[in-house]
Design a protein around this ligand. Structure first.
Ligand code: FAD
Length: 332
């Protein structure tokens, strides 16, 4: 497909209440810089139901233009409805580049969309840039178990499409700019939706943890030694107003649920403070935490690789250090 504009689009995924999920707003941050480099507008595309809150969020975080597809059929995610809505607006406006969050929903409809558009899709990116010479996007994503970073281009086809992991970019600062809002009256009929949602299973409240939205994360690894070891991390997290994360080793041992896993096959996080306790700092774990503002490592092995990426390190036994740390925090 020929691009009609140099515009860069960011898909703003919505929740059932019509507000924006974090990832879409985060993507407006790199989107701004990339749109400027491309010489086009930064366009937010909002699909959902009663999307006023999401449209306002996208506007105040720097979108130049917002395209809205609003309808009851978009309230609960459906692959067909979302794909058809996006296909409609893409074919009408033909942008050059589209960024979509690598959420379960984004990972579901983005490949179908790119297939319908006969263009490429780079999935699960952690870095975005533009090649100055050709103007093509350079999509960066981990490969070979996180041991290599692949840089991928889609030189011939448009739009260039990629999904980007949540938590990799920070939300952009709020602006006073007023975005132009275009409402597309596009609806899909029930017979176009080939699936029916019978039941929505929610994680139990005890298991749910919002790692991607957390400002403070206290994470534990194999060094925590068992499910009981996580109790002292939870005490510290509670004292700091944070949440508990984990390495894959701890999750695989069954000490804590997978929703707490940080890293390449877990969540990519970007808190203000990340405290890694008894975590060695394997590349697959490090891949998920480099967006943190400050990393503190507590490890009894002074040569553990986690100290290479930590801003502050404490060499010692976490069972001696963490309770003292918690008591000191409680005094503040
Ligand atoms: P270990 O590497 O065993 O480290 C334990 C650390 O605890 C050691 O450094 C030790 O010195 C320290 N320690 C022990 N006792 C104490 C104590 N009492 N006090 C202080 N320190 C102590 N891993 C992830 O975390 N997230 C992922 O998403 C992920 N995805 C992966 C994807 C692939 C394809 C592959 C191949 C691997 C992936 N891994 C992932 C696994 C990763 O390679 C490591 O095996 C894992 O991160 C190790 O976890 P760990 O640091 O808790 O354990």
């Amino acid at each position: 497909m020929e691009a009609k504009s140099k515009d860069l689009w960011v898909f703003i995924e919505t929740k059932e209440d019509g507000s924006a999920k974090n990832v879409g707003i985060e993507l407006l941050n790199p989107g701004r810089e990339l749109a400027n480099k491309q010489g086009g507008k930064l366009v937010a595309v909002v699909v959902g139901y009663n999307t006023k809150a999401a449209v306002e969020e996208a506007g105040k975080h720097g979108a130049d233009q917002i395209i809205v597809v609003d309808g009851e059929e978009y309230k609960v995610f459906s692959t067909d409805a979302y794909k058809l809505a996006m296909l409609h607006v893409i074919e009408k406006y033909a942008p050059t580049t589209i960024l979509i969050g690598a959420t379960p929903e984004g990972r579901d409809f983005a490949p179908r969309l790119s297939c319908n558009l006969k263009t490429g899709l780079t999935a699960d990116c952690t870095g975005l840039d533009i090649d100055d010479e050709t103007g093509n996007m350079i999509w960066t994503r981990p490969t070979f178990g996180g041991n290599l970073m692949a840089c991928i281009m889609c030189p011939d086809n448009r739009p260039q499409m990629g999904t980007v992991r949540p938590g990799v970019f920070k939300k952009p600062a709020e602006t006073e700019n007023k975005a132009e809002v275009i409402t597309e009256d596009f609806h899909v009929t029930p017979d176009q939706i080939r699936t029916e949602v019978l039941k929505v299973m929610k994680e139990s409240a005890a298991d749910f943890v919002d790692l991607e939205g957390a400002d403070i994360i206290v994470s534990g690894g194999r060094g925590v030694g068992g499910a009981d070891g996580f109790k002292i991390l939870k005490d510290l997290a509670d004292a700091l107003g944070g949440v508990v994360g984990a390495s894959r080793a701890a999750v695989d041992e069954g000490w804590i649920s997978h929703s707490h896993q940080v890293g390449q096959t877990g969540k990519t996080v970007g808190p203000k403070l990340y405290i890694a306790c008894g975590i060695s700092g394997a590349i697959q774990h490090a891949a998920g935490i480099t967006g943190s503002d400050v990393i503190v490592a507590i490890n009894k092995d002074a040569d553990a690789p986690i100290f290479d990426i930590a801003d502050y390190g404490v060499v010692g036994n976490l069972f001696d250090i963490v309770p003292v740390f918690t008591e000191e925090v409680k005094k503040l």
